[in-house]
Design a protein around this ligand. Structure first.
Ligand code: HEC
Length: 125
């Protein structure tokens, strides 16, 4: 009985502890490939697909991949915008709310999936 009480105690305290653990990077990479991989790579020296290469995107100003032809709206609306966790999160939830007229055809309503993708991009720089 004593032992059982011990287990019950740990089960009771574990959820908040588990919540604070770092994200599963394998899951983060899988989420990126699934959600973004059709249109983006995030690798040094790789060329663009339908969208620009996202290697090093966190901390970079918007619209700065030389080899990619951004939409005109992007060039105007992206000026002064720097990609960080907050701007990326909003972009992935609704790109056109960040840069009206931009042409990325993707939206992710699930904050956990957006977080996974952002965590993956943090490792790609
Ligand atoms: C259907 C294709 C498509 C998908 C899927 C897609 N994107 Fe994009 N993305 C684009 C295009 C096209 C642009 C350029 C938009 C423009 O020029 O208006 C872009 C632009 C971006 C930019 C701006 C980059 C820069 O250099 O400023 C970021 C950041 C980005 N996408 C992240 C993502 C992430 C992360 C995912 C997955 C969660 C994703 N995108 C899914 C097509 C896509």
């Amino acid at each position: 009985m004593r032992c059982f009480a011990g287990v019950a105690f740990w089960l009771a305290v574990l959820p908040p502890v588990a919540f604070a653990t770092p994200v599963d990077l394998a899951a983060a990479e899988a989420q990126f490939k699934k959600s973004c991989g059709t249109c983006h790579v995030a690798a040094p020296e790789a060329g663009p697909r339908q969208g620009p290469n996202l290697f090093g995107v966190i901390g970079r100003a918007a619209g700065k991949v030389e080899s990619f032809k951004y939409s005109p709206a992007f060039v105007v609306g992206g000026s002064g915008l720097v990609w960080d966790e907050a701007t990326l999160d909003q972009w992935l939830a609704d790109p056109q709310s960040v840069i009206p007229g931009s042409v990325m055809l993707y939206k992710q309503a699930d904050p956990d999936k957006r977080r996974l993708v952002i965590e993956y991009l943090k490792t790609r720089r």
